[in-house]
Every structure is written in structure tokens, then in C-alpha cells.
Design a protein around this ligand. Structure first.
Ligand code: AMP
Length: 280
């Protein structure tokens, strides 16, 4: 696997692959890779003969008080995992390569960027939209693979691709979970052993809400009860538990069309997010 840090080198590699008639799949990440990320790489390999993974902890999607400075990193470990997963190129640029002097473009988003994560992390989706658009352009990829773990992010990226007519397709992979249901996440490294045990309550609470919705409960009832369960399990603050439609990311009072229950809550200093599409 080739490790590339320079935009011109990435462009040259991608142009050579396209000239040979080879499609390219992109897997954008912030590193500290786990089985969830590697499932995206495996899907990318099914979609295209060439796979580029990227590792970039994107400063534009973090607010000043957030965890940019302490976000976990292990580039050597990540390289070994990507190599074993059959990735062709790791693009691991510096901040200067991604946002060179004079960089002046911003993307303002409404629609799926509003509410839920958009309310609690107002800077995030503008940053995600910007870095993804730039990575799509730099890599020339034909398809990009994202995880359902960050469902609102998928909705946002799909919107950006459509609105800006970007020549790329977005594919998704279901959330990879630990045996107790906790969605794998680089940020799980922040959990001490006691919090790690309690963290399983997130998936359990969202699954419970999904079950209640399927049994006919309203979103207010099902999500309210799930919030209660999170508090009882030791989460100190629940940012939201909410139902949204799968197709348009619309609020729904009941499960009147396919939907997802999404949640975000704090276990001590660690913020966990997750979502489920059906109970279990
Ligand atoms: P991150 O490095 O956390 O920014 O995530 C990079 C990509 O991996 C995003 O598309 C995430 O949705 C995806 N991802 C993260 N965790 C998981 C997981 N447990 N299962 C599937 N995909 C995931």
C-alpha cells in the first residue's frame, strides 16, 4: 500500500488508474481504525478495483471546546490494518495540504444538516461537507463509502453530492457493533472500563424505542422512554433521542414510513451517538 501525503501525487495516481479504465472507491476516515472502518474498506473493494482510504482529523468540523487536540491517533497501526484489508492507497494529508494558505471556501448547509447533530454541534456538517467535497475532488473517486453509524452525516453528504452535482456515488455500510451492541467508534477509547459497560445502554435504549414504535407508540412516547432508560443507565445528559424518516430525514410522529431512531448522550465526558433502523 502506498502512503500519499501530497495532493498532486494523489491526483497522478488516480488519473493513471482512470486511464487504465479502473474505477476508484474512497473511504474517508479520521483514523484510529476499527472493524467498522475496515468494513467500509471491504465494501469499497467490492465496488471498485482500486481503493483509497483517507485519514484526516478535520479541524473545520470541531468546535474550539471539542476533542480535536486529544482525538486518538495511531497512524502506524492504521497503516498495518489498511494494508491487511487490501487498500491500495492511504491518503494522509497535513492540515496545510487540505487547507493551504489562501483557502477561502465555506459550505453553508440547511436541510438534513439541521437539527440533532446540527443543533448540538453547529459547526460540524459545514466542516464535513467541505472536507468531503475536497477529498472527492482530490481523489477523483467514482464512489465513496460511509457508515450508517453516522446516519445524519450520510444524509448531509448525499445532499451535497446532489446539490453540487459532484460526479460521485455514495454507498453505505451497516453499523458494526461489539457483542453487547455498542457501535464501534474511535471515541470508545475514551471510555474507562466502568463507562464501557454502561455504554451498551445506548444501543439497548434505541432498540427499545424502535420496538415501541413498531408496536404503535408515538415518537414522543418511544423516544421519551428511551431517554429515561439512558438516564437510568448512568448517562448524565441526553442530547436527543429522535425518530426521522429514512428517505427524507423528516420528523415523524409515528413510524408511518421506514425510519431510524437516532440518539446522542453523554457518559461522563464522552459523547456517544448511534442510530437503529429496526429493533435489535
Ligand atoms: P470516523 O473515522 O469516525 O470519522 O468514521 C469514518 C467512517 O467510518 C464514517 O463513514 C463512519 O460512519 C464510519 N464508521 C465509524 N464507525 C463505524 C461502525 N461502527 N460501523 C460502520 N461504519 C462506521
Amino acid at each position: 500500500m502506498r502512503v500519499i501525503r501530497d495532493a498532486a501525487e494523489l491526483r497522478a495516481v488516480s488519473q493513471a488508474w482512470h486511464a487504465a479504465g479502473e474505477r476508484i472507491a474512497l473511504v474517508p476516515t479520521m483514523g484510529y481504525l476499527h472493524e467498522g472502518h475496515l468494513a467500509l474498506v471491504a465494501r469499497a473493494r467490492e465496488l471498485a478495483p482500486r481503493v483509497i482510504a483517507t485519514i484526516f482529523v478535520n479541524p473545520t468540523q470541531f468546535a474550539p471546546h471539542e476533542d480535536l487536540g486529544r482525538y486518538p491517533r495511531d497512524e502506524a497501526g492504521d497503516i498495518a490494518k489498511l494494508e491487511a484489508a487490501g487498500c491500495d492507497v492511504l491518503f494522509a494529508p497535513s492540515v496545510e495540504v487540505m487547507y493551504p494558505a489562501g483557502f477561502a471556501t465555506r459550505i453553508a448547509m440547511s436541510g438534513p444538516a439541521e437539527g440533532l447533530e446540527g443543533t448540538h454541534r453547529p459547526q460540524m456538517f459545514a466542516g464535513v461537507a467541505l472536507v468531503c467535497t475536497r477529498l472527492f475532488g482530490m481523489s477523483g473517486a467514482d464512489v465513496a463509502v460511509f457508515g450508517e453509524k453516522d446516519w445524519q452525516q450520510v444524509m448531509v453528504v448525499r445532499r451535497v453530492v446532489e446539490d453540487l452535482a459532484l460526479p460521485i456515488t455514495i454507498e453505505t455500510v451497516p453499523t458494526i457493533r461489539a457483542a453487547d451492541g455498542l457501535a464501534l467508534s474511535s471515541r470508545n477509547a475514551y471510555l474507562d472500563p466502568e463507562a464501557r459497560v454502561k455504554a451498551a445502554a445506548m444501543h439497548a435504549a434505541l432498540s427499545y424505542a424502535a420496538e415501541r414504535l413498531r408496536a404503535g407508540a408515538t415518537a414522543a412516547e418511544a423516544c421519551g422512554e428511551a431517554e429515561e432508560r439512558l438516564r437510568e443507565a448512568g448517562f448524565r445528559q441526553v442530547d436527543y433521542v429522535a425518530l426521522r424518516s429514512e428517505r427524507g430525514f423528516e420528523e415523524m410522529e409515528k413510524l408511518s414510513e421506514p425510519g431510524r431512531v437516532l440518539g446522542a448522550a453523554w457518559l461522563r465526558q464522552v459523547r456517544l451517538i448511534d442510530n437503529v433502523t429496526k429493533s435489535g
